[in-house]
Design a protein. Structure first.
Length: 108
């Protein structure tokens, strides 16, 4: 998130397409940061395999948001591969979290 703030200051208000990229990256990063806290809730109510999802959320969001930030800064080489890899890692995190719901203690 600090990268988003610094990049916004560097890009300035005149570049609205770049600000849209920064906003999208920051929203994705925030959403998946909150999902890491949801994993703790899943683990507390019996979904033990949810402990694997936070790493996937953090790595995936860093790749996807980082590619948005890099695009806003004007870099363009290798961003598609990083964004795709990040999206696959994020999807794995969500699948891991969904799979862990089968272990939730129904008696809580």
């Amino acid at each position: 998130m600090l990268a988003a703030v610094l990049l916004t200051v560097w890009v300035g208000p005149a570049s609205s397409p770049a600000l849209a990229q920064i906003r999208t990256g920051a929203q994705l990063q925030f959403l998946h940061g909150m999902a890491t806290f949801a994993c703790a809730t899943f683990m507390n109510i019996g979904g033990r395999s949810a402990r694997h999802a936070p790493a996937q959320f953090l790595v995936g969001s860093a790749l996807v948001a980082g590619s948005f930030y890099a695009e806003a800064a004007g870099w363009s080489s290798g961003l598609a591969a990083a964004r795709f890899t990040g999206a696959v890692v994020l999807a794995g995190g969500w699948l891991t979290l969904a799979w862990s719901s089968k272990d939730i203690d129904r008696n809580v």
